[in-house]
Design a binder for this molecule. Sequence first.
Ligand code: MG
Length: 343
Amino acid sequence: MSQTLQLSHQFLNLNTRHPFVIARGGSSGWKTVWVKVRDNDGVEGWGEAAPNRFYGETAESVVVALEVLRPLIEELDPFDLEGAEQAMEKALRYNASARSAVSAALHDLVAKRLGVPLYRLLGLNPAASPRSSYTIGIADDDTLRQRVEEAADYPILKVKLGTDRDRDILHIIRKAAPNKVLRVDANAAWTPRQAVRMAEILHDYDVEFLEQPLQAHDIEGLRFVRERSPLPIIADESCLTSKDVARLVGVVDGVNLKLAKCGGLREAVRIVTTARSHGMLVMAGCMIESSLGIGAVAHMAPLLDFADLDGAALLANDPFTGVSIAEGRISVSDAPGIGVTPN
Ligand code: MG
């Protein structure tokens, strides 16, 4: 009997412990999709789609995407991970979060069949992972101080800016955490001139790098900022896939990849190699997602310079366990596959 894969899904309703607010707004309630593929022997691989409205996705559009992909997925050879991602991308240009969840589920399935943790399938040593940052979202002054206190165990903080009181926020956080590594993410909120001014200030506050100061399409603006900035500029919203890395060579110092943006683990590794071949820095981030989604990218963390994998650490109700970023240290399970189990 030839192999056929069964595809199923389940919504996950996630709540962050606090409202998670960035320059574009925020929320406490988040909905992701748990994607499962099952082979003829009953072995199941799991992935998580973390859709983002900024990229035109919702949990409901993920389910529509899965239905479009279903006939293709059912016929896939799960071990042909490269072919699977290519076929999905050809069938569906958009909804990268749905495709990335299937890719993660296939990687999980294959690693389970081989009896190895995903990092071994990827040829990586988890001890080489950088520490993850922990995000301080936009909030009022007292709340910011409280959040920094709650993050006492994390040595690296990522500060969300893009408000009319950015200097105050920065001042409060630096005062509350004088010795921590700080990174700043403006989430596309600034103009080029504003970004150049802010880069000087960030430098004075000993900020390590600045992520996505400008609107996603403003490539020449990013070049303008980078040429004048005393600290490295990392592209996030401007970099979805490895093709975007090519456009960003000489424009920024590095890129922030996310599975939900790029469409799968193979493409994520391609982003790393494309960026590396041009001497660029590589970071991986996440959406608000459970330990299942974080787990998939945590296994490839040894490839990164910077990790921002706090999506599940911010949750009040993580439905999975098996991966953690306690004290910023990324730790994955040695169980076969992604290695997470339902709580
Ligand atoms: Mg970002």
